[in-house]
Design a protein around this ligand. Structure first.
Ligand SMILES: Cc1cc2nc3c(=O)[nH]c(=O)nc-3n(C[C@H](O)[C@H](O)[C@H](O)COP(=O)(O)OP(=O)(O)OC[C@H]3O[C@@H](n4cnc5c(N)ncnc54)[C@H](O)[C@@H]3O)c2cc1C
Length: 248
């Protein structure tokens, strides 16, 4: 057990708020929409692109993006992607990808401990439209901006390079994301980047969020630079990287 885990084992219950799992649904295999209820969310102000950090078991802490927050009812939704690196066998699940395992095993009525939401990826509140690019883990980020914007369905334009693009529309619908395009990260990542650059040209004043997988962000950034997109338009946030665990 790591030092951070050991320390949190001592003070975690005092630092982390308590919540109850209110509802769980699967808009597509591997995607889990989780609604958490807690007094900590009452009258809570939050900004899109924020983060919440959750004890996913044995004080392993993993980071998620609130899709929406209802300060009146004290509820918050996250969309967890149970990624393909998450091992399938019971034995290895005990030690790896605890966030994916936590999401897969949740039931309404379960309790959890969390910190947040706190600001993470920020763009000016007035930024509209906004362009978002990333993988499955960035769908909630785009949805959070969509949720908070009042300007209508076309204020967030998203391009996602994902494992299974056919699942995209159902997931996007579940989180209220209207303008999202999905490409295969294995076979069509170049098409995804081209679609991103086209959006950048179509909306020359829109900030562009690049988030999710470190190496994919880097490739997209270099591509946009080569396409003449000003780097000042980019807001970048790494959510995960190959071989690394529990970033942030
Ligand atoms: C600010 C922030 C916001 C985030 N918001 C969300 C969110 O809303 N929803 C969400 O699902 N995730 C989100 N993430 C990403 C999530 O925290 C990571 O994917 C995390 O590593 C998952 O934890 P795990 O225990 O399943 O895997 P870990 O134990 O952390 O990682 C195990 C292995 O899996 C790999 N891995 C991790 N994530 C992925 C992935 N997505 N695809 C393929 N391989 C992966 C790692 O490189 C590592 O080798 C966010 C991260 C940050 C920093």
């Amino acid at each position: 057990m790591r030092l951070k885990q050991r320390l949190l084992g001592v003070v975690g219950n005092r630092l982390f708020a308590k919540g109850e799992i209110l509802a769980v649904s699967d808009p597509a295999p591997r995607f889990r929409l989780i609604e958490i209820r807690s007094p900590a969310f009452w009258d809570r102000e939050w900004v899109p692109g924020a983060k919440i950090q959750i004890n996913v078991g044995a004080w392993n802490v993993r980071t998620y993006t609130p899709v929406s927050l209802d300060p009146k009812w004290g509820t918050l939704k996250i969309l967890a992607y149970r990624h393909a690196s998450a091992p399938e066998t019971e034995a290895s699940q005990a030690i790896e990808a605890p966030g994916s395992r936590w999401a897969a095993q949740l039931f309404p009525g379960d309790t959890c401990r969390f910190i947040g939401p706190r600001a993470s990826l920020r763009v000016p509140e007035t930024a509209s439209p906004l362009i978002v690019y990333g993988d499955e883990t960035v769908i909630p980020t785009a949805a959070s901006y969509r949720f908070q914007h009042s300007g209508g369905a076309d204020t967030v334009h998203a391009v996602f390079a994902v494992d299974n693009p056919a699942q995209g529309p159902a997931v996007a619908q579940a989180v209220g994301l209207a303008n999202a395009r999905f490409f295969s990260k294995a076979g069509a990542a170049a098409d995804a980047r081209a679609a991103l650059a086209a959006l950048g040209r179509e909306h020359p004043d829109a900030p562009i969020i690049l988030a999710g997988h470190a190496q994919s962000i880097r490739t997209a950034r270099l591509y946009l630079r080569d396409q003449g997109v000003p780097m000042s338009r980019l807001k970048i946030k790494v959510y995960w990287a190959d071989g690394r665990t529990g970033l942030d």
